[in-house]
Ligand binder design. Structure first.
Ligand code: SF4
Length: 510
C-alpha cells in the first residue's frame, strides 16, 4: 500500500515566520509533527512518503503514486486543504483526513472519503482494521482520550530537517484550566496526559541523531499542566541529557502560574528552555473573569512576567481584545501593558470563537457568530459580533498593532526585555547559517530597512550593555520585521475586504 501524507500550506501568519525564514535560509517554521506520528502508527510494511506544501510543491505524480492520501490540518490551513481535496477528487485518489480542522468541522468536508477524527491513536486503528476487512467507514469518531504512553515516536526520516527553522516534540495533551475561548480542553480534556520521560528522551535522541543543533518547540498547550512530574522526572532527565548534548534550545507554552514556582523556573532554564509563550489575554480583571481565565486574576500580571524574565525565560505573550466587558479604554491599556512588560513578541488578536468551545456555544445562543473561524489570531478578522461594535473593535485593534509594532516602540520593548532578561544557560552554536542570518539582518534591516536607525541603536546598546544578548537582539530584530510585514498585510490596510458586511451593521448595546 502506498501512502502519501500531505501537509497543507500555511498562509502568511504571525506564527508562520514567513518573512523571517529567508534571513536564516529555511523554508518553514515547523515540521508536520502530527503526520509524522501518524506515519509511525501505520503498518511498517506500507510505503510512506510525505509532502509538506510549506517546503515543496505537490505534483500530480506524487498523488498518482498513492493508494491513499492522508491529510492533517489546522483551521488556518483550510484554503490549501480545499485545493488538495479537489486535486485528489479530479485524480480519483482516496483521501483520509484528521486533525483539528476536520475534528471540529467534519460536516464541512462531505467530499473526504474517510474522516478519522479525534486522537489518531484511538481512531486510526479502527480505520486500519476496517481496511483489512475491506470495508472502511466514512467517519471514525470516539469519546475519551488516549494514553500518550503508547504513542510511538514520530517518523523523522520522512522529512529533511534542514528545511525547518525549528523541530517540535509533544510531551503532554490537555490543560487543567478552562478558558472559555480555548479549544484545547475540547480536543484534549482537562486532565493533562503525559508521555513518559523515557519517550521524550528517545524522541530527543532521534532528533539529535539527525544532526539537529537548534531550537526545539515543546508544542504542549500548557507544558506545566503537571508540575510535579516535570520537577521530579522530566526536567532532571533533560538536564542530564544536555550534559553531553550541546546546541539545542527549547521553548514551549505555559500558563502564567509558572511565575509562582521559582524551582520550576530554575529547572526549566537549566534544562535548556529559553522562552515561553503565555496567554496573558488582558490586563483588565473584568475581561479575565468573563473568559474564565482565573489563573491570571488577582495577581500583578506585570510582575509575574518580569519574574519569568529575571529567571532567564523570555515571555512571548498572547493578548485579546473584544471581550463583552472591554471598554474603549482597553486598547490603550493593552499598549501600556505590552510596552511596560518588555514582551517583544506580543500576539494580539480580536476575540474569536473556535467551533466546539464554550464561547462558541454561548455566542451561537445569542446569534453572535457571524462567519467561519479563520484559525489565525492576527489576520484582522473575527467570527463574532462584538458587543462594543465591530468598527470600534477594528479601529482599536488597528491602533494597538500600529503602536506596538512601530519600529520605535518595538525596539524600545526589546531593550526593556534585554535589560531584565537573565542571560539564558542554553545557546545555539554560531554556525555558518547563523553568521549569514546576522549578515542578512545587517544588510536588510540595518542598511535598507526603514527601521535602520533603531536597528543600529539596539545593536550598539546591546554590545555595550548586554553583549551576551547580541544574538537575541538580532533574532528579535528579524522577528520584528516579520510582524510588521504581517501587520501591513492584514491589519494596516483598509479592512473592508476582510470583513463581512453583516458584521459591520450590528452593534449590541451594553
Ligand atoms: S490556559 Fe491556555 S491551554 Fe489552558 S485552557 Fe486556558 S488558553 Fe487553553
Amino acid at each position: 500500500m502506498n501512502i502519501l501524507l500531505v501537509y497543507p500550506k500555511f498562509p502568511e501568519t504571525f506564527w508562520s515566520f514567513s518573512y523571517a525564514l529567508s534571513f536564516i535560509g529555511r523554508k518553514a517554521a515547523f515540521p508536520p509533527l502530527g503526520l509524522l506520528t501518524i506515519a509511525s502508527l501505520l503498518p511498517e510494511e506500507w510505503n510512506k512518503r510525505l509532502v509538506d506544501l510549506n517546503v515543496e510543491e505537490l505534483k500530480n505524480g506524487d498523488l498518482l503514486w498513492a493508494d491513499l492520501v492522508f491529510l492533517s490540518s489546522m483551521a488556518v490551513q483550510r484554503k490549501s486543504v480545499v485545493q488538495i481535496i479537489e486535486r485528489c477528487q479530479a485524480l480519483q485518489i482516496t483521501v483520509a483526513a484528521g486533525g483539528p480542522l476536520f475534528t471540529s468541522e467534519p460536516e464541512k468536508f462531505p467530499e473526504v472519503d474517510h474522516l478519522i477524527l479525534n486522537e489518531a491513536e484511538l481512531t486510526l486503528p479502527l480505520f486500519l482494521a476496517d481496511i483489512q476487512k475491506g470495508k472502511p467507514e466514512k467517519i471514525y469518531h470516539v469519546d475519551g482520550f488516549c494514553d500518550l504512553a503508547s504513542t510511538p515516536p514520530p517518523q523523522w526520516d520522512l522529512i529533511d530537517v534542514k528545511h525547518y527553522a525549528s523541530m517540535n516534540i509533544q510531551f503532554s495533551r490537555g490543560c487543567p484550566f478552562n478558558c472559555e475561548f480555548c479549544n484545547v480542553t475540547t480536543f484534549f480534556g482537562r486532565h493533562p496526559r503525559l508521555k513518559t520521560t523515557g519517550q521524550i528522551i528517545t524522541e530527543l535522541n532521534r532528533i539529535y541523531a539527525t544532526g539537529w543543533r537548534n531550537g526545539i518547540f515543546f508544542v504542549d498547550d500548557n507544558f506545566i499542566g503537571n508540575k510535579e512530574f516535570l520537577k521530579n522526572s522530566l526536567l532532571p532527565a533533560i538536564i542530564e541529557w544536555r550534559r553531553d548534548k550541546k546546541g539545542c534550545v527549547f521553548f514551549t507554552e505555559s500558563s502564567i502560574n509558572l511565575a509562582d514556582d521559582p524551582k520550576l523556573l530554575d529547572m526549566m532554564v537549566k534544562a535548556g528552555f529559553d522562552s515561553v509563550f503565555i496567554g496573558i489575554e488582558s490586563p483588565d480583571e473584568m475581561s479575565l473573569a468573563e473568559c474564565h481565565k482565573h489563573q491570571n486574576r488577582n495577581r500583578d500580571l506585570l510582575e509575574s512576567v518580569k519574574r519569568i524574565h529575571r529567571s532567564g525565560l523570555q515571555v512571548m505573550g498572547g493578548f485579546i481584545v473584544g471581550f463583552d466587558s472591554d471598554l474603549p479604554s482597553i486598547f490603550q491599556k493593552q499598549v501600556d501593558f505590552i510596552q511596560k512588560s518588555g514582551i517583544a513578541i506580543a500576539m494580539v488578536g480580536m476575540l474569536q470563537a473556535p467551533p466546539g468551545t464554550r464561547l462558541f456555544e454561548r455566542l451561537s445562543g445569542e446569534n453572535r457568530i457571524a462567519s467561519f473561524f479563520s484559525g489565525d489570531n492576527v489576520d484582522g478578522t473575527t467570527n463574532i459580533i462584538p458587543r462594543m461594535g465591530l468598527d470600534t473593535l477594528l479601529n482599536g485593534y488597528q491602533s494597538i498593532m500600529k503602536d506596538i509594532y512601530s519600529p520605535a516602540n518595538y525596539y524600545r520593548r526589546v531593550r526593556t526585555l534585554l535589560r531584565e532578561l537573565k542571560t539564558p544557560v542554553a545557546t545555539m552554536p554560531l554556525n555558518l547559517q547563523r553568521c549569514l542570518s546576522f549578515f542578512r539582518a545587517a544588510m536588510r534591516l540595518g542598511l535598507l530597512g526603514k527601521e535602520r536607525f533603531h536597528y543600529w541603536q539596539l545593536m550598539f546598546w546591546t554590545l555595550f550593555r548586554r553583549p551576551g544578548q547580541l544574538a537575541l537582539a538580532v533574532t528579535l530584530s528579524i522577528y520584528g520585521h516579520h510582524y510588521r510585514r504581517i501587520c501591513e498585510l492584514y491589519i494596516y490596510k483598509e479592512q473592508e475586504n476582510t470583513l463581512h458586511d453583516q458584521n459591520r451593521s450590528v452593534t449590541i448595546q451594553k
